[in-house]
Design a protein around this ligand. Structure first.
Ligand code: AQP
Length: 332
């Protein structure tokens, strides 16, 4: 079976609809066909300040949401990044073969550090993509299911893997991004020109999966569309409506042309009312299942412990090989 690896940050508490449609939904599907490794990336989370107590709680909460979304610990390996020390260890090696200029060109770093003020951004935020490179290479992943915003980091992973292999001998598998066109980028409901994101979206434009379903319905109903009235998928001319159609289509399994036909001659109000209902039907059981996992932290922790053990077995082997290739003297 080909292998996939991906991760999600435990930073915001609730996952948002972009995280789910862009990434987690694919993770669930891929566990059926791939040898799948999924992790809660707490090492990545501390690249920006975190409250320790909240980080711990949010790490469990992220794992609970992944299980609620449909990850099955018998079908995939689910773990917490900091439980596998090899991530930080390989990241150091990869840091040392990355050019400063190369790392400086990562757009996510540029955006995020600009927001914080360049002097206040941590060095960790700067090397975040290189930790991500290590995450992927440790598992010799063939594919990495992510949203469009991560494409550049997967490119960097390929570049660094190629460099390492060239310099030290074949060690790492070159991964490919696994990005589904329809859901590669889910947009803010209030500003369909920008990606839905926990840090950039306005509260009204961001659908958090753990919000009160009623509040979610309200956000859908007040989504920004356009002054036209026709329900048609056209990202350039009608980004707001197109975003709603994408969300509707993916959550219900109805194709976009089917939806266009269903709503021919109807107004935006009808589309939004129906989508609000679809969304409520989706988030209500999701919230309940998440709560069930949170109510049983022992089971949750034991799933994560088993996951870490399985992950470490793979990661340790790759790290040992990389260490040997680089020329580190083995510890006896
Ligand atoms: N709007 C989105 N559309 C599609 N995919 C998305 N992802 C995030 N936003 C969208 C994908 O979700 C996965 C987990 O991402 P993360 O843990 O890196 O979360 P994030 O990047 O912190 O999420 P945000 O909201 O985008 O955070 P900020 O605002 O801090 O940048 C990834 O696969 C990502 O592509």
């Amino acid at each position: 079976r080909p292998r996939v690896l991906s991760g999600i940050q435990p930073t915001a508490g609730s996952f948002h609809l972009g995280n789910y449609l862009g990434a987690v939904r694919q993770w669930v599907a891929l566990q059926e066909t791939h040898d799948a490794f999924y992790m809660v990336v707490d090492l990545h989370a501390i690249t920006v300040p975190q409250d320790p107590k909240e980080l711990r709680a949010n790490t469990r909460l992220a794992a609970a949401q992944l299980l609620a979304a449909g990850l099955d610990p018998d079908r995939c390996t689910l773990f917490v990044q900091s439980h596998v020390p090899e991530h930080a260890q390989l990241a150091w090696v990869m840091n040392c073969i990355t050019g400063f200029g190369e790392a400086s060109r990562m757009t996510q770093f540029k955006d995020k550090s600009a927001k914080q003020g360049a002097d206040r951004a941590s060095v960790g935020l700067f090397t975040y993509p290189i930790l991500q490179v290590a995450d992927i290479l440790l598992y010799q992943a063939h594919e990495v299911p992510v949203g469009e915003d991560q494409r550049q980091h997967i490119e960097l992973t390929r570049d660094l893997a190629t460099r390492f292999n060239g310099r030290f001998g074949d060690t790492f598998t070159l991964p490919k991004p696994y990005i589904l066109k329809e859901t590669a980028k889910i947009y803010d409901l209030q500003d369909p020109a920008v990606k839905m994101s926990k840090s950039a979206s306005t509260p009204k434009g961001l659908i958090n999966l753990l919000d009160e379903p009623k509040a979610t319905a309200k956000k859908v109903k007040s989504a920004v569309t356009d002054t036209d009235t026709v329900i048609r998928y056209d990202v350039a001319e009608k980004p707001g409506v197109s975003n709603l159609l994408t969300i509707y289509s993916v959550l219900t399994g109805t194709t976009v042309p089917e939806l266009e036909e269903k709503y021919a001659g109807k107004g935006y109000g009808a589309l939004k009312t129906d989508l609000a209902e679809v969304m409520v039907d989706f988030v209500t059981p999701f919230r309940e299942r998440t709560q069930q996992y949170l109510d049983d932290p022992e089971t949750l922790d034991s799933i994560l412990a088993k996951g870490a053990e399985k992950a470490r077995a793979v990661a340790a082997e790759t790290l040992a090989q990389a260490y040997e290739r680089v020329g580190f003297l083995p510890a006896k």
